[in-house]
Design a protein around this ligand. Structure first.
Ligand code: NAD
Length: 298
């Protein structure tokens, strides 16, 4: 039986991080400072702590200065907004990332709106969302930008291909659909109210699953040869005698691999791309702040 090619996001991300490291070093030589990313974590959510730690390590490895701000869960919105204001004015900070979700009582939209759009390396600010929707340059959310990089690397020109994005969140589904439209694909956005989801997905040359439901996408939903990008990260309940459950995506990997042409694994697919693109966006922001052109398009 034919098996899908594995789209190795981990290897692609490692290559991207290598290029970013070289460009960050060149930037530091010219400007006398490293690109800088401020990461703000409010509260003690364990998953968020892991993400923030991973982002800080990845920055250091790529020669990007990371400034961590860990605030207690009881931090008021006024305190958080005041910190963002300070970071907006700080010339050592090129990018500001506020780790979501925020503890209850803090208004995520107000916090995102407070970040200066030229430091919004997550691409969540409405100015950057607007730029993406009208096709102007701006910061694009890291996960969908990482997905489109993998797709272009695998397929080259996406013109005229049928793409189905499952999920319509502001951080993944919607920007993913816009990037695919920009790349001249014919795009359908499916979501929780979509009727006959399997039938909709079956016409796709490209499937991007960003739902948060373990192994929802089955083999008989997939057109033979399609490229499947699995954004989902879901932890299954632990098996007998194990402390932690397995991580799986939104796609039933084993069975879909027998039908698809190419597929991202979970872990090791989209996940590593998200952090690499965060570093890329920070490098782009730093060049913008220094009035420098990026020497190559990454
Ligand atoms: P979300 O909860 O904001 O959005 C989920 C979307 O799925 C919604 O738009 C909803 O309409 C749709 N949906 C829900 N049930 C559905 C169903 N039965 N059929 C079709 N559509 C359905 O989630 P999100 O933030 O977009 O994240 C989605 C998944 O991607 C999660 O598993 C998350 O952990 C993962 N994620 C991974 C990365 C990464 O770096 N790999 C980054 C962000 C999110």
């Amino acid at each position: 039986m034919a098996r899908a090619t594995l789209i190795d996001g981990k290897a692609f991300a490692a290559g991207l991080r290598g290029r970013i490291g070289a460009l960050a070093a060149a930037f530091a030589q010219v400007t006398g400072r490293r690109p800088g990313l401020a990461v703000v974590l409010v509260g003690e959510d364990p998953a968020s702590q892991v993400y923030v730690g991973a982002k800080a390590r990845a920055c250091e490895e790529a020669g990007i200065a990371s400034f961590e701000h860990r605030l207690s869960a009881g931090t008021s919105e006024a305190e958080l907004l005041a910190l963002i204001e300070r970071l907006n004015r700080d010339d050592a900070v090129d990018g500001i990332l506020v780790q979501m979700p925020l503890p209850g009582g803090l208004d995520e939209q107000a916090v995102i709106a407070a970040i200066s759009p030229d430091k919004d390396v997550d691409g969540f600010h409405v100015i950057n969302a607007g730029r993406l929707s009208v096709g102007q340059p701006g910061f694009v959310p890291c996960t969908p930008l990482g997905c489109i990089m993998l797709l272009k690397d695998r397929l080259g020109d996406l013109s005229g291909l049928e793409a189905v994005v499952i999920g319509r969140s502001n951080i993944v589904g919607k920007p993913m659909a816009q990037l695919l439209v920009e790349a001249n694909a014919t795009v359908t956005v499916a979501h929780s109210r979509t009727r006959n989801l399997a039938e909709v997905v079956r016409r796709a040359d490209i499937v991007v699953a960003a739902v948060g439901r373990p192994e929802m996408v089955r083999a008989d939903w997939i057109k033979p040869g399609a490229s499947v990008i699995d954004v989902g990260i879901n932890r299954l309940p632990p098996e007998e005698g194990k402390e932690k459950g397995r991580l799986v995506g939104d796609v039933a990997f084993a069975e879909v691999s027998a039908v698809a042409g190419a597929i991202t694994p979970v872990p090791g697919g989209v996940g590593p791309m998200t952090i690499a693109v965060l570093l890329r966006n920070t490098l782009v922001a730093a060049h913008g702040h220094a009035g420098l052109e990026l020497p190559e398009d990454i």
